[in-house]
Design a protein around this ligand. Structure first.
Ligand code: PEP
Ligand code: MN
Length: 368
């Protein structure tokens, strides 16, 4: 028997320029009417290719709405028929996968949630349930900013032979109070893209934002960073939504947001612009190597200081000196227009490495 060509395959093919794929739909499928009305309105905008709707919802409290389960397949079947959109839902257990496979005419792709990604046993069970199928999977980042856990989840699906896989950056649990619901760690998302360059990288600004007014800026940032797609929660009546009400947009708001976004080109069309970029990149390359050399010089001096402190039996950390370093460098950085937080983090990193090297030296001379 010929293997069925996955309908969603286009979505996973290399992206052509600003041909971003948008996934939109409600956090949860609640009623047939809510699902169909939302889908019909969303489908009017051609950049939206995939309709999302959670059938089973991972909720913090057992008293919250946990999804309608199987009846939603029929609603999604109707969505496909009436709009031509592809459909996607979240799976968290092998039983969810079995049901999606049984209803393959209603579901085109599945995604794994942030809570599931944190548990390799759960991801492995999902991968095993998909073994031997061609079902496409989008893998959300785990709640904790552990790149290996996210990459490991992707690899588990690759290892059972799933060809069409994507990664979704939905932000990470905030340990400090911030205005967003989850912390976007763009550097981790870009690292995932470097580890798996062939995988589409999608941004979920809704779960990062937590509030609808923040969604535009986050989505624009994702496009500026060359993400391949967006997943945006959209509900026909967001304020009545049974989950994530504050972050969902109406279909109209979704469409005006998409129209306002600047879709960036992946590369330069004209050689002259590209040449200028190359010149800038040469300058950056040269500065980076100089920076590393200078840092190495600085750390070598730290090592000498470490030997001296060991000799004189003086403790490594000198509070007065550290306060003086931070104060003078902050002032200098600010005077030339640099970001205070950046200087602070840079100094902390360099200081941490100095302390590590000096501790090594002191430990080698324990007898002293
Ligand atoms: C969702 O997409 O509705 C969802 C529950 O997402 P996450 O796993 O990112 O919290
Ligand atoms: Mn949600």
């Amino acid at each position: 028997m010929m293997t069925k060509i996955c309908q969603a395959a286009d979505f996973f093919a290399p992206r052509k320029d600003n041909n971003i794929c948008v996934i939109a739909g409600p956090c949860s499928a609640e009623t047939e009417q809510q699902v169909l009305e939302t889908a019909l309105n969303i489908a009017q905008y051609k950049k939206v290719k995939i309709f999302r709707a959670g059938i089973w919802k991972p909720r913090t409290s057992p008293d919250s709405f946990e999804g309608v389960g199987e009846p939603a397949f029929n609603w999604l079947r109707k969505v496909k028929k009436q709009t031509g959109l592809l459909t996607a839902t979240e799976v968290a257990t092998p039983e969810h996968i079995e049901l999606c496979l049984k209803n393959k005419d209603a579901i085109d792709l599945v995604w794994t949630g942030a809570r599931t990604a944190a548990n390799p046993f759960s991801i492995q069970a999902l991968a095993d349930a998909l073994r031997g199928t061609d079902f496409p999977v989008l893998v959300k980042n785990p709640l904790n900013p552990d790149i290996k856990l996210w990459a490991g989840a992707i690899e588990r699906f690759q290892k059972v032979g799933i060809k069409n896989i994507g990664a979704i950056h939905r932000g990470f649990y905030p340990f400090e109070k911030i205005n967003l619901r989850n912390v976007p760690k763009w550097e981790l998302a870009l690292e995932i893209k470097s580890l798996f360059p062939e995988l589409p990288l999608i941004n979920d600004p809704s779960h990062i934002a937590g509030k609808r007014e923040y969604i535009f800026d986050i989505a624009q940032k994702a496009l500026n960073l060359n993400f391949d797609g967006l997943m945006i929660e959209t509900h026909i009546k967001p304020d009545n939504a049974l989950s994530d009400a504050k972050q969902q947009l109406t279909p109209d708001a979704l469409i005006s947001l998409l129209k306002k976004l600047k879709f960036r080109k992946q590369n330069f069309e004209h050689k002259k612009y590209f040449d200028l970029l190359e010149q800038y990149r040469h300058q950056i390359d040269s500065i980076d190597f100089q920076l590393i050399e200078l840092l190495n010089k600085r750390l070598n001096i730290s090592k000498e200081i470490g030997k001296y402190k060991t000799d004189k039996n003086v403790s490594i950390f000198q509070l007065k000196r550290w306060l003086d370093i931070t104060k003078t460098r902050h002032e200098f950085g600010e005077a030339i227009g640099m970001d205070k937080e950046f200087i602070k983090q840079l100094l902390q990193l360099v200081h941490k490495e100095s302390i590590r090297l000096q501790s090594e030296i002191m430990n080698q001379n324990k007898t002293n």
